[in-house]
Each structure stands twice: as C-alpha cells, then as structure tokens.
Design a protein around this ligand. Structure first.
Ligand code: PGA
Length: 258
C-alpha cells in the first residue's frame, strides 16, 4: 500500500482533485467510484472549484456511488443521492444517465443489487474508487463481521454507523434508516485503482490497523491490502498512530511508500 501524508485535509483534497482532473483529461470516459460522508467534502469542493475554472469536462464520465440507505426518497436531504447532488453533481456537467446509485426504494432489493453490479460491468468496471473509512474499519457499508458479502447487497447498519449519520436526519437517531445497500468488498476490490482518504485523530487507530494489521473481516478496510493499486491519503492527525509505530517517516511532511 502506498501511504501519502498531507499537512491538512485541504492539501490532501487538492492533491487528489488534481489527480482526478488529470485522469479525466487523459481518459474522458473515466469511471469513478464515489463515496459520501464528511471526509470527501473538501475533495468535492476542490473538484467543483476546478470545474468552475473550466478545467474539467465530465460529459463522458461515469460515476457509481458506494452505498445508499434503504427506503429513503432520492430527494430526502439524508439520501446519498442528495449529498452527491448538493456537493458535486449540480455543479459539474456529469450526464445524469451516467451517475449510478443503488436504489434503496426498489421493490426487489436483491434484484436491484444485481442490476447495479451489471451496470458496473457494462461501464467496463470502475477505474478509480474513492473511499472513506469508518472508525470501525468499514468501507462502504461493509461493517465489521465474521463474514463479508462480496458483491452489492443489503446490510443492517450498526448503531455506530446510524449515529454517525444522524446529522442528516434532523439529528434524530430514530429517523436514520436501519438498512442500506452497499457495494461489497469484491465490488470495491475489482476497481482498477483505489484511493482511501482518512482525516482527523478519530481515524488514527483504524488507519494503523488497516495498513499494518492482519487481514480480517472484522476490519473490512484491511482487505484492501490484497489490492495491488491502493493509496491511503492521510492528514497528519489520521497518520499519528502509524508515525508512533515508526511505520512512516517525515520526509518533507508528505508521502511514503512501504
Ligand atoms: P466520514 O465517514 O467520512 O463521515 O468519517 C467515513 C465512512 O463512514 O466511510
């Protein structure tokens, strides 16, 4: 795994945005896997500002979002569709037909998951998957468990994940859906390239476990160790435990390869 450490989450976001802008220029038909949550907000902000400067054309690009709540209307402010619309899609020229979500209101949720996997295949697979990480090590909504499901599937959310999302549901836990649909770990690992972003001191411990610990379904992100093109982008706070363990150096405040 390649690990890059930045002084701030803004610098991290700017660097990743720069990379996406370049990739999009090289490959206008880029297929991006996108994440929601607090961590990618500065990234989307940076991408929007580069788009406003006329630096990007998303008209041929395709996106697939990692996950979505079950039973939430697309227009609900808590849906991940709303999140993406608010923070990226309404500001750039993506073709709505090429922005893909798992539909948590589908009548047959299993069939919906199959449909989603097929559309990823039809798009030629995901070129670059952006990930956040939960404090418990989840990626997408693949929560720590004795077994993980490989492909897109229906999941029961942990209390921790529901609490983390309460802010999008008037701060009321009882309003947060109990289930979601999520890409599986195999869906994620089939992306050609994966970038996981983690910022803030609350992620330091799980980042160290993800990078250096054994591969365990109890730490879903540790499965990323199996992929041959993964980069972990960290701010200093999220890198603290790795540094304490002496696993990365401090060469000009950035970057390290292990
Ligand atoms: P966060 O969520 O970015 O809001 O910390 C990350 C995640 O749960 O994947």
């Amino acid at each position: 795994m390649k690990i890059s450490i930045f002084k701030s989450q803004q610098q991290l976001a700017a660097a990743l945005a720069g990379r996406i802008v370049r990739k999009l220029r090289e490959e206008p038909r880029l297929v991006l896997g996108l994440a929601t949550g607090r961590t990618p907000l500065p990234l989307y902000h940076a991408l929007v500002s580069r788009h406003r400067k006329g630096e990007t054309d998303y008209s041929h690009a395709t996106t697939f979002n990692l996950d979505e709540f079950v039973g939430v209307e697309p227009a609900h402010p808590g849906s991940y569709r709303s999140y993406m619309r608010e923070h990226l899609f309404r500001h750039v020229n993506l073709n709505a037909k090429r922005t893909h979500f798992l539909d948590g209101r589908a009548e047959d949720l299993d069939a919906e998951c199959d449909r989603f996997e097929e559309s990823i295949l039809r798009a030629g697979g995901i070129d670059l998957q952006i990930l956040g990480i939960g404090c418990n090590g989840h990626i997408g909504f693949n929560e720590p468990a004795a077994e993980l499901l490989p492909w897109s599937h229906r999941v029961k959310l942990t209390l921790a994940s529901r609490k983390a999302n309460a802010g999008f549901f008037d701060g009321e836990l009882r309003k947060v859906p109990k289930e979601a649909l999520s890409m599986g770990v195999a869906t994620i690992l089939h992306a050609r390239q994966i970038v996981l972003m983690a910022t803030g001191p609350q992620k330091a411990e799980i980042v160290a476990k993800t990078v250096t610990g054994p591969i365990a379904t109890r730490v879903p992100a540790s499965l990323l160790q199996l992929h041959n093109d993964v980069e972990i982008l960290l701010d200093e706070a999220a890198a603290a435990d790795l540094r304490r363990a002496g696993l990365v150096g401090r060469r000009r405040g950035r970057l390290h390869e292990r």
